[in-house]
Design a protein around this ligand. Sequence first.
Ligand SMILES: Cc1ncc(COP(=O)(O)O)c(C=O)c1O
Length: 397
Amino acid sequence: MNSAIPPGSTLVAGLRPEARNAPPSGISEVVDHGRQRPGLIPLWVGEGDLSTPAFITDAAVRSLEAGETFYTWQRGIPELRDALARYHQRLYGRGFSPESFFVTASGMHAVQIAVRLVAGPGDEIVVPTPAWPNFGAAVGVCGAVPVCVPMDYAQGRFTLDLDRLAAAITPRTRAILVNSPSNPTGWTATRAEQEALLALSRRHGIWIVADEIYGRFVYDGSPRASSFHDVMEAQDRVVFVQSFSKNWAMTGWRIGWIEAPAAFGQIIENLIQYSSSGSPVFVQRGAVAALDEGEGFVAEQIARAAEGRRIVFEGLKATNRVTLSAPDGAFYQFFSVDGHADSRALALDLIDRANVGLAPGTAFGAGGESGLRLCFARKSADLVEAVARLQKALAGL
Ligand SMILES: Cc1ncc(COP(=O)(O)O)c(C=O)c1O
């Protein structure tokens, strides 16, 4: 081997550009800066601090003990698809067919498949931003172009600019990716906004990829956020991506689902076959327990998040150094520190000063650069301590 050539560089140059150019997560630099610090309170992640409850883990253990360790249905075990139909019926108040549900190896895998269903090289997918960075990256990796459309921002609140969104649609647009409630902003689409988005989809013949994974986390007393389920007709071009990660504290299990017209069955089965080749049966048994027995746990998580939201919002507001509004949904507080627009530098600095880990807004695309994202799905004591540390640090900036 020629030692003058840096190891691997010519090999890297030979890779497919879409793979080579996939961006690293904008949060990882900050995580790397703080990872080893004793006592750091990590609020940069998109997950709660509870481990999966026993009624779910027990179901998975029973399955493993029963020897359910073989390949299985690509679309998901029938029991899970039935449980998904029942869950949707309870949540949306009408009948659903198990045939419209497809079990995936995470919400991320559901996003990837949904994107691959509708877009490829030369196509565009419109993404309102700030947004979860994996959306744009998933679009880019499959050879399509994510077209970021910044949301409007005033007094700490993001709103959808429907005219700007409509203006971003070109003949190459194949879909709009709508994440409501939103990670990272907490923006939650109103029914009227969903109707307007659907009208755009109908007018242009484009898809809506609806990520409603935080749909249970709303704070106005309603059981769930408004959903495209409430406004769509059966023939509308809507594909839902979903996850077990957040509602049931199952981030490490890697299981989610797609809801799409039953007519897509074989096509989605093929895309699952050629990516994950199905999700483990024991993981799916846990997911059945989550859906059928998990309402008490979901309610507990939402109550906890509501308390976390209150602690964080009130504590940060009291500093008089930040711009923010209490999020309508999801479990993140997005805020900016007045006079400090460089969120990357600020997130690094706050690790040093406060030993609190926050995600920099730069990670979430156009419109979010000056913000910080704080995850409040955590026990109150941690949040009270984190806010106290942030108050002190902000006073010293
Ligand atoms: C908006 C959104 N969609 C999808 C996901 C994917 O979740 P998972 O891959 O853990 O199922 C996440 C995770 O943070 C998310 O925030």
